[in-house]
Design a protein around this ligand. Sequence first.
Ligand code: G4P
Length: 530
Amino acid sequence: MTQTEFERRRTFAIISHPDAGKTTLTEKLLLYGGAIHAAGAVKSRKAKRSAVSDWMALEKQRGISVTTSVLQFEYDDVHWNLLDTPGHNDFSEDTYRTLMAADCGVMILDAAKGVEPQTRKLFHVCRLRHTPVVTFINKMDRPARDAFGLMSQVEEVLGINTFPFTWPIGSGDLFQGVYDRIHKLVIRFERSAEGQSKRAEMKVTGLDDPELDSLLGEEAATTLREEVDLLDGAGEEWDEQRFLAGEITPVFFGSALTNFGVEPFLHSFKGLCPPPGPRQAAGEVSVNPADDRFTAFVFKVQANMDPSHRDRIAFARICSGRFEGGMRVHHYRLGKAVRLNRAEQFFAQERESVLEAYAGDIVGLYDPGLFRIGDTLSTEGPMSFDAVPRFSPEHFARLQLLDPLKRKQLQKGIRELSEEGTVQLFTEPGREKDPVCGVVGRLQFDVLIFRLEHEYGAKVSFDILPYHHARWVDGVGGCDELKARRIPMAVEDRDNRPVALFRDEWELHRAARDNQGWTFHETAPIVAAA
Ligand code: G4P
């Protein structure tokens, strides 16, 4: 029973740069999954300045989605869990950590722009875990870059091989559909009169069908045959093992807005996206999703989702066994048993109580302050998954408390917010009173200031520091030694590990060159041990 349930799970996240079409594609996937009934449901919420994860006053104020939510839908006998990642320009470490909970990534590229900076960063995180990535090249109904050029850009910039599963027939006004290389079919799309809300009709013929010339026009048909010959001539075979190891990405072309290519994509994606697999735990233990033992790890803690209750929700990814509401589990870091009451699953803004869930599923656990990112929960005795790493922040600021009487509130606030992962907290030896905060996206400073004031009553100002890279340093005695070796700024993280801050890559390379005995790490594990 458990086995068939987890085998039906597909847990994935979308990685993209803002405006590439994540919201639009998500909406279309939900439409096919029957989870929503009219296109525009996701968008109109966005338009109303309250995106799917509408949990914080600040989000409403800014009209953006700061937090990450989980969407579920059923399609083609599969239970899909889509881990939604913030789409705004400024994103947080949450986005990175969410990818730790996914079994597959869908990389959306804008066909006119190709690989953009945020896609690159998120791809890098997938790479760290060898997460397989499927590519969807969107907006083919608009003038696009040459398809071969896009393939080489992905290969060069991201260092991953590409294997087009579909190939576009024209682009912009001349976009006529795609050729499905796997099934050797031409799939022609027609723009539906009602625009986006209807499933696009598909007409299918073979590539050598003489009808093709009259259907597509002679020129388009000839170009298609030539391009497909070129692709086939390259002789690359589809290799599923390389895909699962994150070495090759299958590529699909389409247009989410006009529904071109979404259904064939989803259909193929079902076969590509792996079901939950084994996960590594401490002590060289591999946890199999089919194990009877329940195991899960917390990858995100979200505060105040419901402003009327000052509660926190810990999002846990189930790795094996079956979850039941109210079950007792061992909490590894605390070294004691806890009861998992009030577990919830999420669809858009609605929460539903979960009675049972399986490997691959994400559950939101009511958190009275018990959970931290990286915590492992399990039945049958202590065990711990490999920690969820902390990533190098890209912006740093020194906080200054405006009302000295609120120091306790400030300390509580930054401690809790750093546990939640909103910011990373550092201290500079000798200046402990003015903590240094690091964030991935600049917007997080605003979130921090807003929340410190509104939730903890501590008003602060901040001075932006000129650093953009943090490296956890192994092989060094402490901050004094870092300073003595001309490291631009030396701080300690909350576990007292020495961290070096650099303005740019040049400074970083120089420090690595001059201090060969040290190792510089881009990520630091969260200490989850009891
Ligand atoms: P994001 O979540 O990745 O940030 O992107 P989103 O889906 O919001 O799409 C960004 C813009 O691109 C939207 O237009 C959207 O309609 C458009 N778009 C998405 N997919 C396609 C596509 O396949 N073809 C074309 N032509 N456009 C596409 P907008 O004008 O910014 O927003 P809206 O007014 O449509 O809401």
